[in-house]
Design a binder for this molecule. Structure first.
Ligand code: ZN
Length: 297
């Protein structure tokens, strides 16, 4: 979980006037946007910013004519490639590679932080559109038609400032040759109570542990050679140093609370793993190990 820079909203007015229009297709459709309606829509954007993306009734625009609300809702389809608002999508994706929520996959979709179906006036508002991967977007869509009263909000990558400290940790269990890592919010780190609960809520709701489980063994395999070599050279101290260094490299490349460096940090503290337990986890075929140490020797 990480923050993304807050997108500007310079094009908000132009985006609305370009994409919300009346047109004739046998009968008049769409909506002829009036100046006072633009002002009211921008006021809703202001309110969204002021509340840092928190859901509220006013953001649903119940007082607007239905034709206006439906036209703003439909305008989002024009952010698709080759269409009128594609530049909005391009700007939001620029410089964002990995999904800011899970850190597993590349970004490929725009998530309406407040769902488009319920908060139609925000359908094309840049700050309600967060680049995300397919899985995060779809798990979220499936779970949230409407945010129930009192339900914790998910973390907003633009507005919920995450502290620049490690707040994620992995609990490692090794049994019967398998490695299971459970990611959780650290208990001994200073976080606002609400943020702690929301981070926990995010991990659970977006099924992050289940999804990381599928990634972990493939990812760890990429460090099998390094760990074996370091163990041969310097025993568990070598493995610990290797994992810590690798964690620091990945943390700089990615970010502090990405699951990969978090996993490596946890493994570097796992005495069983660093003192030979890794052999059964990596399960490298013996002929490959023989060749590795022949060449080393
Ligand atoms: Zn994701």
């Amino acid at each position: 979980m990480r923050n993304l820079p807050l997108p500007d909203r310079d094009s908000s007015r132009a985006d609305l006037t370009a994409s919300v229009r009346e047109y004739n297709y046998k009968i008049p459709r769409g909506h002829k946007l009036k100046e006072d309606e633009i002002a009211q829509l921008l006021a809703i954007y202001d309110r969204y910013d002021a509340d840092l993306g928190a859901a509220s009734k006013i953001l649903k625009g119940a007082a607007f004519p239905k034709s206006l609300i439906d036209a703003v809702y439909a305008a989002y389809d024009r952010t698709q490639e080759g269409r009128l608002l594609y530049s909005l999508r391009e700007r939001l994706f620029k410089g964002v590679d990995l999904c800011p929520i899970c850190g597993i996959d590349s970004v490929s979709e725009l998530d309406h932080f407040l769902p488009r179906s319920e908060f139609k006036p925000l359908a094309i508002y840049s700050r309600n559109l967060v680049p995300s991967c397919h899985d995060c977007n779809h798990i979220k869509l499936a779970g949230f038609g409407e945010q129930a009263d009192g339900e914790l909000a998910l973390i907003h990558a633009y507005f919920d400032e995450l502290p620049n400290v490690h707040f994620l940790e992995a609990r490692i269990d090794i049994s019967e040759g398998g490695l299971v890592a459970t990611f959780q919010v650290m208990t001994d780190v200073d976080l606002a109570e609400n943020l702690r609960d929301r981070l926990k809520h995010q991990i659970k709701t977006l099924e992050l542990n289940e999804r990381y489980e599928k990634e972990i063994n493939t990812y760890l395999m990429s460090h099998a050679t390094g760990v074996h070599l370091e163990y041969a050279r310097d025993g568990k101290a070598g493995v610990r140093r290797f994992l810590r260094t690798q964690a620091r490299i990945e943390e700089r490349k990615l970010y502090s609370n990405h699951w990969r460096p978090t996993l490596l940090r946890a493994l570097s503290r796992q005495e069983d793993f660093i003192d030979g337990g890794f052999v059964g986890i990596f399960n490298v075929p013996q002929d490959i190990l023989d060749d590795l140490f022949d060449e080393e020797g």
